[in-house]
Design a protein around this ligand. Sequence first.
Ligand code: COA
Length: 258
Amino acid sequence: MSIATSIDQGVLTIGFDRIDKKNAITAAMYQTMADALRAAETDAAVRVIVIEGKPEVFTAGNDIEDFLKRPPTNGADGAPAPVFQFLQAISRATKPIVASVSGAAVGIGTTLLLHCDLVYASETAKLALPFAQLGLCPEAASSLLLPRMVGYQRAAEKLLLGEAFSAQEAFEIGLVTKVLSVAELQGYVRQQAAKLAVLPASSLRETKRLMKGDDAAAVEKKMLEEGEVFRRMLVAPEAKEAFTAFFEKRKPDFSKFS
Ligand code: COA
């Protein structure tokens, strides 16, 4: 079980649970999360959703072995690949989503936060969007949402260079709601989720819709556009070199590609 889910007092908790691989996300894990988010939409027992990792690591992002050997494709029934189902479900969620981030949050580990409502991070959190470093391009509508949220130049630095940045910097540029110590994080997140769980669901739903509503169509459109480019780049030689270098524990060499 690489995703642990539980429902308690109105709070659905979705937890990354693959610590030996730094919570890297496989297709099966995306599917579990997509299913849980969709089921939450119609489950009156769920009033709030918490997405959490472990104190050591939130998630190392997409499983790179999956990227290499099983790049996302539509299912035989035409259903979108699990990662796209997950992104669609998180971006369409009508209930509040609270993220609890400690340690590394790489790639989709950071872009999924752009779809959460409250993002709490520990002082050890390290966010990173290393798409260009991997020969890829942004996903999860981050090429639209990040510049809007933090300004073009700051978004460009994060998306073009792909270097990791601290929880404190993420807070300062507006990606994180509050920074806490590792010891405080889980308790604080539980407390905030419990507060939301007893507020009127209709008010939360309408407030979220009013804040996000106008962007919804643009987000879907950008995700489709990014998805097309991403799928093409995933099987290109630049990405192959980056993934192989990761497993060979060396720096990639992109000098032969123009
Ligand atoms: N996909 C598949 N396996 C991964 C992984 C990923 N995204 N991230 C880490 N792992 C695996 C490593 O291969 C290693 O496996 P092994 O023990 O069988 O050799 C194990 O998890 C531990 O990773 P390691 O790199 O040794 O841990 P670390 O503490 O030194 O570094 C990270 C942690 C998250 C900074 C680092 O693992 C990393 O950069 N991962 C890749 C992140 C990435 O590029 N994701 C894709 C984003 S689009």
